[in-house]
Design a protein around this ligand. Structure first.
Ligand code: HEM
Length: 420
């Protein structure tokens, strides 16, 4: 038996129980960037960590991603046929559609929509006694997402869709857990999909005319490499894959506000510093706090990594959280230090909170630039537009719980508008 192999028949439960700490604990124990265990009913799995691991993982000739995501995540989170589950030419063809939305014009628009959306909230934030940042940002970001995607509706309908989206996303936290939450999430997903299908139908018939550079327009009119329009159900699924993850940025927002509170000096550095500093702060939030723990794939052929053999078709997990806290890549990785990004070389294989590799040919997150922009504007809002107090609460970020979050969701109170 390899010295790098965990004993036992299945480690799925242990992995869930230990959460983000599971892999780093073992790479530390074995002093190795690879070790082996068994998951999902005893399937042999190679777990790889670090920059070289990410380079291997994003080599399309060696690693297959299709069919490796747990079915339950695909069903509730991504949707049937979603881009995440595609491979080869189909993936590259559809990914081009997503990436075509990331123009300078569209990204500037997103920045403006985010700024306006937060500024519109100032009065209501002042009026209430206490604000839960996690909840509030989910609401604000849903509106940002829908507007940016070109979906306009009555405030009542937008509110309704925002609530269902929240339900759908939150169920992710109950992975492997409550069946009831899973059912509720599936129902919410069905409702949102039906709503989006209806919007797409109207655009196709010319009854709705969204902005030409919007996601709704692009998805409704897109033709694949065989010159075929997207099937209506699939079109709604992937349109949702633009809006839903945007709302999930609320987790980073919550972490950002926690960092402002917990780390001395950060508030003033954001408030009085340059936009470069805001960017560095956002990058550090994405590196430092737990979000995506690992990503699944499988070996397309026999492989060797760090002198260890991986069999063809063997399952492989890329350690995302551990790579973001690897001391060979990040000096004092457990220290929150935005200045580490002052001279970062922009490698596609070390800062991988949203996947790595190439945007167009790998599964790397299509919305990474959007995430950074939304976070930048939101952190500016919380430091330059308003002031607030932070009451006593549970600030724990429990690394053994997936997905990570601040226990309290970050409550703030006594919000005041700053005179700029
Ligand atoms: C909270 C912030 C976000 C996180 C943590 C996140 C994380 C990720 C991760 C880990 C992947 C998979 C990488 C892989 O499989 O190699 C991914 C893919 C993807 N993300 Fe994000 N994401 C976020 C925000 C966004 C936003 C705002 C969008 C909006 C466009 C987006 C759209 C996508 C799409 C379409 C894919 C699939 C790409 C593909 O399969 O090629 N994400 N994201």
């Amino acid at each position: 038996m390899s010295k790098l192999k965990e004993s036992g028949f299945d480690h799925t439960l242990t992995m869930l129980k230990e959460g983000y700490t599971y892999i780093p604990n073992r790479t530390e124990k074995y002093q190795s960037p690879i070790f082996f265990n068994r998951v999902l009913g005893g399937k042999p799995c190679a777990i790889i960590s670090g920059k070289e691991a990410a380079e291997l993982f994003y080599n399309n000739d060696l690693i297959e991603r299709k069919g490796t995501m747990p079915k339950r995540i695909v069903k509730t989170l991504f949707g049937k046929g979603a881009i995440h589950t595609t491979t080869g030419k189909v993936h590259i063809d559809r990914k081009a559609l997503f990436m075509s939305l990331m123009t300078d014009e569209n990204l500037s628009l997103l920045r403006q929509i985010t700024k306006d959306a937060w500024e519109n909230e100032v009065d209501s934030l002042i009026k209430v006694n206490e604000v839960n940042v996690y909840k509030k940002s989910s609401e604000v970001l849903t509106k940002v997402g829908l507007k940016w995607a070109g979906i306009e509706d009555t405030p009542k309908n937008i509110d309704k869709i925002a609530k269902e989206m929240d339900l759908m996303i939150d169920s992710f936290g109950q992975l492997g857990g409550a069946y009831k939450g899973y059912r509720a999430a599936q129902k919410a997903r069905a409702n949102v999909e039906a709503y989006l299908q209806n919007q797409i139908k109207k655009v196709r018939k010319g009854k709705l005319k969204p902005r030409e550079n919007s996601a709704l327009y692009a998805f409704s009119h897109w033709k694949d490499m065989n010159n075929k329009p997207m099937d209506l159900a699939l079109c709604a699924v992937d349109l949702m894959n633009v809006i839903r993850p945007l709302v999930a940025i609320n987790r980073f927002v919550t972490y950002g506000v926690l960092a402002i509170h917990e780390f001395n000096g950060e508030k003033d550095k954001l408030k009085f510093g340059t936009d470069d500093y805001v960017y560095q702060f956002v990058q550090e939030v994405r590196r430092f706090y737990p979000f995506v723990p690992y990503l699944p794939g499988k070996a397309k052929k026999k492989l060797t990594f760090d002198n260890q053999k991986i069999k063809k078709d063997q399952m492989i997990l890329l350690d995302v959280y551990g790579t973001l806290h690897n001391e060979k890549l990040w000096e004092y990785p457990n220290r929150f230090d935005p200045t580490r990004f002052e001279n970062w070389d922009g490698s596609p294989f070390d800062l991988i909170p949203q996947g790595g590799g190439d945007y167009h040919t790998n599964h790397r997150c299509a919305g990474e630039w959007m995430t950074i922009i939304i976070m930048e504007e939101t952190m500016k809002f919380f430091t330059r537009t308003i002031s607030f107090e932070v009451p006593p609460q549970d600030f724990t970020v429990d690394l053994t719980k997936l997905p990570g979050k601040v226990a309290s969701g970050m409550n703030i109170r006594q919000v005041q508008a700053l005179n700029n």
